[in-house]
Design a protein around this ligand. Structure first.
Ligand code: HEM
Length: 261
């Protein structure tokens, strides 16, 4: 039932429903279960971003010296303000995910210190610790990787971009930045290692998210585990294909030969 209260002094109308919604959002964030739901929903959004990002990146493998990829990146950039809105949304989702994850991890640690882990884990205390520990480790690696990655590729590590012409348009040669970067063995194999960490993070994250959202049941658990494994493996292999391929077979396009890098 919705009760409407009118404050005659200030002229503010407060409904019981509004108060309850406010309470519920606060309660969700304050409870561990609620934070797990936030982590799960934000994690699913981040997975969707990764699918899109991988699809865009794989256009670098087209045998056209990066034209398709550069044009794709150019189209994204041409979205202007709309792209900034999407980026701000992505950053917000990412921050929710990280903050909720750290808080859940800390509360698990506190619970374990108080001897609660033994009763909290369905798969035994060691399973709980190994899974959450690997998530925090791979999560921290990704947390360090992402800003470095954006600085390196999106901002070309603070250097001027080289431009190329595609279909009469002046386009940033982002392909050149990526190929040149992956010619460096440290970068190529550093990326490969991080992509394997990403695979582990997604493998656990996938079923953990579905579990938090209540999708696990004796019937569906094996299917969800298997889907999580295939999904994580496809994403990790898809991403790491690029550093490995460019390191061994990549040719720096002619436009970059005398370019500013
Ligand atoms: C080999 C793997 C990868 C390659 C070659 C790659 C390439 C790129 C490039 C070229 C950009 C700049 C795009 C632009 O300015 O339009 C970019 C941006 C970005 N990448 Fe990656 N990426 C890889 C893996 C990843 C992974 C694993 C993540 C996340 C875990 C990630 C997250 C991001 C984010 C958040 C941005 C900024 C997007 C934006 O601001 O629009 N990337 N990446």
């Amino acid at each position: 039932m919705i009760r409407v209260e009118v404050d005659a002094h200030h002229g503010i109308v407060v409904t019981r429903k509004q108060v309850n919604i406010h309470m519920n959002v606060k309660n969700i964030w304050q409870s561990t279960v609620g934070k797990k739901v936030v982590m799960a929903v934000s994690g699913i959004f981040l997975m969707l971003f990764l699918i899109g990002h991988l699809a865009g990146n794989l256009t670098m493998l087209a045998p056209d010296e990066g034209s398709t990829f550069n044009m794709y990146a150019h189209k994204l950039e041409s979205m202007g303000v709309f792209l900034y809105v999407i980026e701000a949304g992505l950053l917000a989702v990412f921050l929710f995910h990280v903050i909720a994850a750290f808080q859940v991890y800390m509360s698990k640690k506190r619970a374990a210190a108080g001897g609660y882990a033994v009763t909290a884990s369905k798969g035994g205390p060691s399973k709980l610790t190994v899974a959450s520990r690997s998530m925090i480790v791979t999560g921290i690696i990704l947390l360090i990787f992402i800003p470095l990655h954006i600085w390196m590729f999106k901002f070309n590590a603070g250097q001027e971009f080289t431009y190329t012409e595609i279909e009469g348009e002046k386009v940033k040669d982002l392909y050149l930045v990526v190929v040149e970067s992956f010619k460096n063995p440290w970068v190529a194999f550093g990326y490969t290692a991080v992509m394997l960490m990403l695979g582990l993070h997604l493998r656990h994250g996938f079923w953990s998210a579905l579990q938090s959202l209540g999708a696990m049941s004796p019937r569906w658990t094996p299917v969800i585990y298997a889907t999580g494994f295939v999904f994580a493996a496809l994403l990790a292999v898809g991403f790491l294909l690029l550093p490995v391929y460019f390191f061994f077979f990549g040719e720096v396009p002619a436009a970059g030969a005398g370019g500013e890098m």
